[in-house]
Design a protein around this ligand. Structure first.
Ligand SMILES: Cc1cc2nc3c(=O)[nH]c(=O)nc-3n(C[C@H](O)[C@H](O)[C@H](O)COP(=O)(O)OP(=O)(O)OC[C@H]3O[C@@H](n4cnc5c(N)ncnc54)[C@H](O)[C@@H]3O)c2cc1C
Length: 332
């Protein structure tokens, strides 16, 4: 058991319990979302010494030096004194500029930010509504637009944010937007390198941003996109991707359907399996994997076995965690 001090409040962290759970069990109003150390919603600061190394993984050097940590990844080794992160410092305001359906379950949301965002194509931001509910969404556009951002939000049945974004969020409404985050992004440093991009569902969002950026930057290596869903109805932007394929000889697009018979022009099978079959040698390729965590985890391993270097594998797993007491897997 470790003692946790926050302002005047003294709490007890049980052995094997994360700092985030201790705070929540004690009624502390702390923002959180993925519980996997990815979205960085639950960043807090240690006021008395360095926190456990695992709790700082993925944070920028400057934040590590200032003893920031992710509460969901922190299993205290000593008593701790912490301060909640000033979340408001991370947000700029944005107005909903447009909404359009991409398919029956995915909305294309366009927001106009008050300030330009200095992001890399493929990164994500946290969107926050007025009551503080916060979720991560990937930026789907290139760096050509730094104030007008687009997102692909997939409706999850009973999902608090996604159902609200589909059903209640209106053009003209305001949202708060965090600083861009994540390491799954495109840099134009190796323009001849071949790129493999595999996404499921709304995992197309960051990949669309990356593809758009790479083509605008004149990337001359091959770009192979595999977009998968269970059925053809779960895919979108099929015509747009096929148009892009006609415009750019180095861009190749394969829509994949994993359930039942694939319609003409579609590949049958999971997107990662289809990609590995089509491209068995991935030495020196850069790989982007986005969407369902199971696909991302499986594909990371597969592409590595086919020769991709671990430093060339970039991934954003769209972890979805309901706000329940979670089962904590500290082994991952
Ligand atoms: C880095 C990153 C990038 C992401 N990018 C995108 C993106 O571009 N597009 C996108 O669509 N998503 C993206 N996500 C996922 C997104 O952040 C949200 O997690 C997702 O939209 C669901 O949020 P929600 O509030 O709608 O669902 P939540 O309310 O969080 O619920 C999640 C699931 O739990 C279920 N649930 C809720 N309460 C209960 C309960 N009491 N019992 C049982 N089940 C329950 C819900 O039915 C739902 O299926 C991303 C996630 C990460 C980590």
């Amino acid at each position: 058991m470790k003692k946790i001090v926050l302002d005047e409040q003294v709490m007890t962290c049980q052995s094997g319990e994360s700092l985030l759970d201790t705070l929540l069990h004690n009624g502390v109003d702390i923002a959180y979302s993925c519980r996997q150390g990815v979205c960085q919603s639950c960043m807090v600061r240690s006021l008395a010494g360095a926190p456990p190394a695992m709790s700082q993984r993925g944070l920028k050097d400057v934040r590590q030096q200032q003893n920031y940590l992710l509460a969901c990844q922190c299993y205290p080794e000593h008593d701790m004194e912490i301060a909640l992160n000033a979340q408001s410092a991370f947000f700029t305001e944005a107005t909903v500029a447009a909404k359009a359906m991409l398919n029956a379950e995915t909305v294309l949301l366009t927001i106009q930010c008050q300030k330009p965002l200095d992001f890399y194509a493929g990164q994500f931001v946290k969107l926050q509504r007025a009551d503080g509910l916060t979720r991560s969404y990937s930026i789907a556009n290139s760096r050509l637009h730094t104030t007008k951002l687009t997102f692909h939000v997939r409706r999850l049945p009973n999902g608090q944010f996604s159902e609200w974004a589909h059903d209640e969020l209106q053009i003209g409404d305001t949202l708060k937007v965090s600083e861009p985050q994540g390491l799954c992004f495109y840099l134009p440093d190796r323009p001849t390198q071949n790129l493999l991009l595999i996404g499921t569902g709304s995992g197309l969002a960051p990949l669309a941003g990356i593809i758009s950026e790479a083509l605008q930057q004149g990337h001359s290596g091959e770009l192979h996109l595999f977009h998968g869903s269970r059925t053809a109805a779960g895919l979108y932007w099929i015509d747009e991707m096929q148009d892009l394929e006609r415009q750019h000889l180095n861009f190749h697009y394969t829509p994949c359907v994993s359930n039942g018979t694939a319609p003409a022009g579609f590949a049958a099978g999971r997107a990662n399996e289809v990609a590995i079959q089509a491209l068995p040698k991935l030495k020196d390729w850069r790989v982007y994997l986005c969407g369902h965590p199971d696909m991302v985890n499986q594909a990371k391993f597969q592409v590595f076995l086919k020769g991709a270097s671990s430093t060339d594998i970039y991934a954003d797993a769209f972890h979805v965690t309901p706000n329940l007491s979670p089962v904590i897997d500290k082994s991952s």
